[in-house]
Ligand binder design. Structure first.
Ligand code: RNT
Ligand code: ZN
Length: 417
């Protein structure tokens, strides 16, 4: 049997030697609400219609136990939360509305999401929101906010306007700002002739959507770029340059998704640049494997680099951290738990650096000490500090949660045929 308190005391002493306060790192980690994406639980299907997932994104796999309705999804989310230390937000898409009414996306209202607010209150969660501009008959042309068809364009403008109001409602109800993120799939499979007109229309649509001022105390607007989607390989209307310019000019938030750049291009090095120009950053932490494949987030180099960028630059307060992946080939509860715990570990590891000291060392151009320290820090006992964080929150240590996930699979998930 491990004596985790004793292990922690030893780790704490080791960190004290390099001037790091482990208690403080745990306290900071506890204050970061990672946003858990609801769509991992049901392969991005939602409850609006039976329409297939579209828009250039794809879930692969058919592991048993997909949540088929709002109750099952909530049951799963609660199961995940029971295995995680810390506080969270829940990230909803518009298609996860909970109502008996037959409402289309241009008619959604706060009341259709009221039960999620209750759920959030019961489970001490903040809420984030996303208009769903895909998996819908009016998105079948692969043009939404940039459509040349005025009927289609205005439908999506209305949907996005209403989405912001739902975000505002969440923020007011919960006292935690809602981040409302606009991502659209708009683009072309083959080479466009006219690259500018769709972008002009997207700009116009965003101007209309954002016309009503909403207090960022309640709702923070973000826009998410992409390099390409499946079946949309040749042209993406909402490119990085498009949204970086738009967010800077209009002083709204920018979303960086780790899967939305060229395969060797990392988002970690973009954080400190873009936050000089936009007031808020939303990260969609994902894991691209050769393309925007949305694999489960793991404790890899880029995840660590993202966490370091945030912590070292002191920019964590201007950043929201959301997860964005959808793997249907493994137990979905495990997929969530692994991604969230890995993200917490990366943040903690970064919080356990002697940041001020290393900044000074670097300023003095003492690159030898910088190298020695950053290398030696890699083998510091940060894992014990994470275990202790789990321990004081009464949550499973290490892989202990696997047996509970197996039990849940047997008792609950297997019954979902
Ligand atoms: C798609 C974007 C977008 C979606 C979610 C479901 O490439 O990453 O954020 O994954 O909104
Ligand atoms: Zn994303």
């Amino acid at each position: 049997m491990r004596d985790i308190r004793k292990e922690y005391e030893l780790a704490k002493k080791e960190y004290a030697k390099i001037g790091v306060d482990t208690d403080k790192a745990i306290e900071t980690l506890s204050s970061i609400r990672i946003s858990m994406h609801c769509w991992q639980g049901d392969d991005v299907r939602g409850f609006l219609s039976k329409d297939e997932l579209s828009g250039g994104i794809q879930t692969t796999g058919n592991y048993l136990g997909r949540a088929r309705n709002v109750n099952e999804l909530r049951e799963d989310i609660k199961e995940v939360l029971s295995l995680l230390p810390g506080k969270f937000k829940l990230n909803l898409h518009a298609i996860y509305l909970d109502t008996d009414e037959k409402v289309d996306l241009d008619k959604i209202e706060p009341k259709h999401y009221a039960s999620w607010v209750n759920f959030a209150k019961e489970n001490d969660l903040g809420l984030d929101f996303n208009p769903t501009c895909f998996s819908h008959p009016l998105a079948s042309s692969n043009f939404t906010l940039s459509s040349s068809d005025e009927h289609i364009r205005s439908f999506w403008v209305e949907h996005c306007k209403r989405s912001r109001k739902i975000g505002e409602y969440f923020g007011k109800e919960l006292g935690i700002p809602c981040v409302t993120n606009i991502w659209i799939p708009d683009g072309m499979k083959d080479i466009p002739y006219d690259r500018v007109s769709p972008r002009k229309r997207l700009k116009q649509s965003l101007d209309e959507i954002l016309e009503e001022k909403i207090d960022p105390k309640y709702n923070i607007d973000c826009v998410e770029s992409k390099v390409f989607g499946i079946g949309l390989e040749s042209y993406t209307v909402g490119s990085n340059e498009f949204y970086l310019g738009y967010a800077t000019k209009n002083q709204i938030g920018l979303t960086l998704d780790s899967g939305h750049f060229h395969p060797t291009e990392m988002i970690s090095d973009k954080i400190s640049s873009v936050l000089l120009y936009v007031p808020h950053l939303l990260l969609h932490v994902s894991r691209p494997v050769r393309w925007d494949s949305d694999h489960v987030v793991i404790f890899d180099d880029e995840l660590n680099e993202i966490a370091r960028s945030l912590v070292r630059s002191g920019l964590i307060n201007k950043t929201s951290i959301g997860l964005d992946y959808f793997d249907a080939s493994i137990n979905r509860i495990a997929a969530w738990v692994v991604g969230i715990r890995s993200t917490q570990k990366a943040l903690l590891k970064a919080l356990l650096e002697p940041t001020e000291y290393l900044n000074k060392v670097e300023e003095e151009q003492n690159y030898t000490e910088r190298m020695v320290l950053t290398e030696e820090m890699k083998a510091m006992p940060w894992g014990i500090v994470y275990d202790y964080f789990c321990f004081i929150n009464n949550k499973p240590l290490g892989q202990e949660y696997l047996s509970e996930i197996k039990r849940y699979e047997d008792v609950v998930l297997k019954g979902r045929k």
